[in-house]
Design a protein around this ligand. Structure first.
Ligand SMILES: [Zn+2]
Length: 422
């Protein structure tokens, strides 16, 4: 056994190290080989390692040994993520996010081989050059792809994204994680910019993936998904990180996707106040803060009025939470945050269940249990299993007719928006 040599992919060793947020130097110390050896292993397309060396890597990185000899499919680098890293973000954290996307991409690729994932129907306008449509038109195209009427509020945005072939992963916060970044800007935690990122994954980089951090705010969850869809529609083909003006574009795309200007203009209250805007928030499913920005950016209100409203938002105290309305707006607890379900549905379809220990034990799966848990922990159960998830805004938006009480409020993915699907 000692003499057995195993062919290992260098990129896998690097991925495992980056996912564990370890530096090459710390690995050298723990693995007991030289720096040069570590570099050689990581840089080699493939390299023969002894059984013991592979065991050591597996132990060190808490990955199944078979991971290292499986060929990497998605190779997303930190510079290719569709997001702008905040200044406070370390290179290690960016590498972690890219590695996470790569491994999720490989996981999705495996599922796709067993049972075809929904085809990608997210329109891209990024290669249309100077004739690129406006943000309003681009958001309109995505709404059209979703089968929505121009004046129809979006019900469950995450569901729509997944139906158009863009799986969503909501990553649960691990103990001790992210705190360093929040610590840098106390009180701004709810404000922080990279609640999500997106990327194209898979061998051919043809599968969009949206990754979010878990948050209890339904407003931020929805907005972040809409923002990431904006990147995928507007900035996709470059495969490179986006700049600050593109971040603003994605924000404007997001608000237009959720609440098209043409549809909300006739609904604006005569007396402009936060409370009078609340019904619009409820109907269209976006925060008052986003709504104010949206009205300002699209010229429905002037900058002075927008500033006044924003100031009010950030000075009123929500008695339920003790925070300002800027942090917890009226209606903050009136919906559950949207959660994805595609991955779990496909895992159940392909493997007959979505329990992490069961999956981790499968010889064909190369991922460690905690990574599988990141992929699956926040996924909603499939219809007809544990419980009946209720569409986030069912009932709260007049345009969507709710199912009678006696019927399960859940439809199969394929039947969702039946009759409107192209
Ligand atoms: Zn962004």
């Amino acid at each position: 056994m000692e003499r057995t040599m195993i062919e290992v992919f260098g990129a896998r060793v690097r991925q495992a190290r980056l996912l564990r947020r370890m530096t090459a130097t710390s690995v050298v110390g723990l693995a007991g080989w030289s720096n040069a050896r570590q570099t050689k292993i990581e840089k080699s397309p493939t390299i023969l390692l002894s059984f013991h060396e592979v065991e050591r890597l597996a132990e060190l990185f808490r990955f199944p040994a078979r991971f290292f000899s499986s060929e990497p499919q998605s190779r997303v680098s930190a510079g290719e993520l569709l997001f702008r890293a905040p200044k406070s973000m370390t290179v290690g954290e960016q590498d972690f996010l890219a590695t996470f996307a790569s491994l999720a991409g490989d996981f999705l690729g495996g599922l796709d081989e067993m049972s075809k994932l929904p085809p990608v129907k997210i329109p891209s306008v990024s290669d249309e050059g100077p004739r690129r449509p406006s943000l309003v038109q681009a958001a309109g195209r995505l709404r059209e792809a979703m089968g929505l009427e121009p004046d129809e509020p979006l019900d469950d945005l995450m569901y729509e994204a997944e139906r158009l072939g863009a799986p969503v992963i909501v990553r649960r916060r691990a103990p001790g994680e992210w705190e360093s970044e929040f610590a840098a800007t106390p009180g701004r935690a709810r404000d922080e910019r990279h609640l999500g990122y997106s990327s194209w994954v898979g061998r051919h980089r043809d599968r969009p993936l949206v990754v979010l951090r878990e948050t209890e705010s339904w407003e931020r969850t929805r907005f972040t998904v809409a923002h990431e869809l904006g990147h995928l529609v507007l900035h996709s083909r470059a495969y490179c990180s986006v700049n600050s003006s593109e971040e603003l574009e994605a924000n404007r795309f997001a608000t237009e996707l959720l609440a098209p200007v043409a549809a909300i203009a006739p609904e604006l209250p005569r007396v402009m106040s936060l409370l009078n805007l609340k019904p619009l928030k409820d109907k269209w499913g976006l925060s008052l803060g986003s709504l104010i920005m949206h009205m300002r950016d699209s010229g429905l209100i002037d900058a002075k009025r927008a500033k006044m409203l924003t100031t009010q938002l950030h000075s009123r105290i929500n008695p339920e939470t003790g925070h300002t309305w800027g942090m917890t707006e009226p209606g903050w607890n009136e919906r559950d945050p949207e959660r994805p379900r595609l991955l779990r549905k496909w895992v159940e379809r392909c493997y007959g269940g979505a329990s992490v220990p069961m999956l981790a034990a499968r010889e064909s799966l190369i991922f460690p249990p905690d990574l599988l848990d990141w992929f699956l922990a926040t996924q909603r159960p499939s219809p007809g299993t544990d419980r009946h998830p209720v569409a986030a805004s069912a009932g709260s938006s007049g345009a969507v007719s709710a199912a009678p009480e006696s019927m399960p409020q859940v439809v199969r993915l394929d039947d969702f928006r039946r009759g409107k699907t192209p």
